[in-house]
Design a protein around this ligand. Structure first.
Ligand SMILES: *Cc1c(COP(=O)(O)O)cnc(C)c1O
Length: 404
């Protein structure tokens, strides 16, 4: 018997305000809903579907691994882990990798690694992690403390100690906090995703690196959303050139839809995590590694990231011209690569709903921003189609306003 969305979701925790649509299949940037309507997917599972839906290379990798071996414990060697870790290290600052199932778990590993590093280096008092207002690092008890946002902390008992949130862009507050002898690490998103696509100016990453070196503090980047090509570089901080972290957490795009995350670290930081200090049952299992390696086959292929940067320019330019035409709807276009934010004049949730009516899926973010996170494989033609749908929705929102 057909049932309403409210009825079907009644046995599920009511933690999400879900849109009343479910999907039957996907191909590339397109999703087909159960009612037959097609949507252009610029939500991308919140920056997860980096290669779109049902990418043939990922489907092949998953299927052929599924016929061989799904899971073995980390008590045994898993060759796919070594291969993926080697490739991640080769393409970045890192020397060591720990695989997880999610972004929050990658952050948990990053936080533990930073504290453990100081512990084994004779400074066990260094436990505090400095973070920034508007940050989002996940929903576990430690990562809501790291994010520091009251709306995520409320009702869940005492906030985990050892995290201090600083105002975004307040250099004096940062210098003062970093001078304390108990600081272990600074944790920052090179571009805040959930916080509203707020980019840290590139010189700030260099400044953070210098401050950390001066004080013996470790620098942790949260690249869960910005990693794996999203910003047109393999990792967003690589846009900045030299400012490399000691530890980096990533997830989302790395599995292309398969639950997968990773914590990357330098030799010094990673080797502090000796046998027995950390673990996971599922993290890095053969199925996940087959898919992660297949994602890298494509993202690290010659010319792929350059193509992302070119497409991002086309998208940005078209959006800027929409801003000029609909100043009463669109206030600002922000972002790097294909992590794009549209600050709207109307409530962002209203814009997201209007776009959905036009068959374009997007994601709201903080600071009244609508996020566009299309698959990195989106074509120029599909970008033009997305812009057409944005234009239709903006025209409708602008018209509503005039008649109101
Ligand atoms: C999504 C996200 C996380 C949390 O990832 P989960 O896989 O949901 O645990 C952490 N940090 C950032 C920047 C994110 O975008």
């Amino acid at each position: 018997m057909p049932s309403s969305p409210a009825e079907t979701s009644s046995s599920i925790y009511p933690t999400y305000n879900r849109a009343p649509i479910s999907f039957e299949s996907g191909e590339g940037v397109w999703l087909k809903a159960n009612d037959g309507k097609r949507y252009l997917d610029c939500a991308g599972g919140i920056a997860v579907n980096a290669l779109g839906h049902a990418h043939p290379h990922l489907v092949d990798a998953l299927k052929s691994q599924a016929e061989k071996l799904w899971h073995v414990s980390n008590l045994f060697e898993i060759p796919g882990q070594k291969r993926l870790a080697d490739r991640l290290c080769q393409a970045t600052f890192a020397d060591r990798v720990f695989f997880t199932n999610s972004g929050a778990e990658a952050l948990e590993c990053a936080i533990k690694t930073a504290r453990r590093f100081h512990h084994v280096n004779g400074a066990p008092e260094r436990v505090n992690i400095l973070t920034f207002e508007g940050a989002f690092h996940g929903r576990t008890l430690a990562t809501i403390a790291a994010g520091g946002q009251a709306k995520y902390l409320e009702g869940f008992g005492p906030k985990a100690p050892g995290f201090m949130s600083l105002p975004f862009g307040d250099h004096d507050a940062l210098r003062m906090a970093a001078a304390e002898p108990d600081v272990a690490a600074i944790l920052v998103e090179p571009v805040q995703g959930e916080g509203g696509v707020r980019k840290l100016p590139l010189p700030c990453l260099t400044g953070l690196r210098e401050l950390c070196d001066e004080r013996g503090i470790l620098l942790i980047y949260d690249e869960v959303q910005t990693g794996i090509g999203r910003t047109g570089r393999f990792f967003a901080h690589q846009n900045a050139g030299g400012a490399e972290p000691d530890i980096l957490a990533t997830a989302k795009g790395i599995g292309g839809g398969f639950p997968l995350g990773a914590c990357l670290a330098t030799e010094a930081a990673g080797s502090a995590m000796t046998p027995g200090t950390h673990g996971t049952t599922y993290g890095g299992n053969p199925l996940a590694m087959a898919v992660g390696n297949a994602v890298l086959d494509i993202v690290l292929d010659e010319g792929f990231l350059e193509g992302v940067r070119d497409k991002a320019i086309l998208f940005k330019q078209s959006l800027e011209s929409l801003k000029d035409r609909f100043p009463d709807v669109l206030e600002e276009v922000r972002g790097t690569g294909l992590l794009i934010g549209l600050k709207t004049v109307c409530p962002n949730t209203e814009a997201v709903a209007a776009l959905r009516t036009e068959g374009l899926l997007t994601v709201p973010a903080g600071d009244n921003v609508v996020r566009l996170l299309p698959p990195l494989t989106i074509t120029s033609e599909e970008i033009r189609e997305a812009v057409q749908r944005l234009e239709n929705a903006f025209a409708a929102l602008s018209e509503n306003k005039k008649s109101a």
